[in-house]
Design a binder for this molecule. Structure first.
Ligand code: NAD
Length: 313
């Protein structure tokens, strides 16, 4: 059996979910090399910068020319992640989310086969497209991406599948539902609501707000990714989701209530182009490997507000 070197390359480790994962790796005794382009979404409030087992390389995965040596895994979080941006300006999504993955695959392929890290690619429940009431997508279901973000994420998965079969690269894919937690750039539903409501400004809700999403705590998601990284099978795909489902409007109202704000501090705006009515994934495969979510959104919200030093007013 190959010796575990306990060195992991993480891409996008300054981002919201990636930063939780870097933290988890360091706590588990891994050496982490974080490759991040430092886009607007990168966090600047992290406390692992000075950790002796942490290195940061500021690079774009789409133009990166080399990969550090001796890593067991390359965990790819780096991506443009906001659907609204993908709709108004999709070019960067092609560069980072498709060309970036292509470049990583080629960099892994160019290595001596004994020094090729296993790729753990972070994908999304959005690749399945809209899921009808009463159903949850399983890993082998057909992909039906319906917006430029999910299309780019699905395209990256197709590339990985081709490189695994043709060139024998090792890879696993984790598809997770919407994440919540501390450190998310205030453009996504929960972080944006908190940011606007703090200034007593109205949150904008697309369409009639009835669109259903599953919500998973980023820390729970990262525990799942960690487990799949160490114990998941090569070539496999794993859905990761708490199963907690809310409409967008329910989320906004729940956040406003936790903040002690007026329950009508929101306004309906034009619906998002290509809006999917419902996402839902079946995560029983991950759960069979031993993963289970520990956090619920309603319980987490007060903790989140405390971390933001928010006081009800
Ligand atoms: N946020 C969610 O709810 C969610 C849900 C499912 C899947 N995902 C996926 O998880 C991953 C992380 O999402 P997030 O919300 O933490 O994203 P984020 O936008 O918060 O952070 C992305 C990070 O990647 C870096 N980055 C972006 N493009 C890069 C590039 N070309 N080269 C190197 N670094 C680059 C950014 O600087 C940033 O640090 C993404 O792949 C996303 O598609 C996110």
């Amino acid at each position: 059996m190959a010796e575990i070197k306990r060195r992991v390359i993480v891409t996008g480790g300054l981002g919201f979910i990636g930063s939780y994962f870097v933290d988890l790796l360091l706590k588990n005794g891994y050496h982490v090399i974080n490759i991040d382009k430092m886009t607007y979404a990168a966090r600047h409030d992290l406390n692992f910068d000075a950790h002796p087992e942490y290195e940061l390389i500021r690079e774009d995965i789409a133009t990166l020319r080399y990969l550090p040596q001796n890593a067991d895994y390359l965990v790819n979080f780096a991506a443009e992640s906001h659907v609204d941006n993908a709709i108004t300006s999709n070019g960067l999504f092609f560069e980072s989310n498709i060309r970036g993955v292509y470049n990583l695959l080629e960099l892994i392929r160019s290595k001596d086969p004994n020094d090729r890290p296993t790729l753990i690619h972070i994908s999304t429940d959005e690749v399945y497209g809209e899921i009808q009431e009463g159903f949850s997508a399983k890993e082998n279901d057909q992909l039906h991406p319906e917006n430029p973000y999910s299309a780019a994420k699905a395209a990256a998965e197709m590339l990985i599948s081709g490189w695994v079969k043709t060139y024998g690269l090792k890879a696993k894919i984790c598809r997770s539902s919407n994440n919540y937690g501390h450190g998310q750039y205030p453009e996504k539903l929960i972080s944006k609501t908190v940011n606007l409501a703090t200034k007593n400004e109205k949150m904008t809700v697309h369409g009639d707000g009835s669109y259903l999403r599953e919500w998973t705590y980023a820390g729970d998601n990262c525990e799942g990714i960690f487990l799949m990284m160490e114990k998941g099978l090569n070539g496999e795909i794993y859905n990761i989701s708490s199963g907690e489902m809310f409409t967008n409007l329910e989320i906004v109202k729940m956040v406003l209530k936790a903040m002690g704000k007026p329950e009508n501090l929101y306004e309906f705006v034009e619906n998002r182009l290509g809006q999917d009515i419902r996402y839902s994934v079946d995560s029983s495969k991950s759960r069979k490997l031993g993963w289970k979510p520990k956090t619920s959104l309603e319980k987490y919200l007060p903790e989140y507000l405390k971390l933001l030093n928010y006081k009800n007013k």
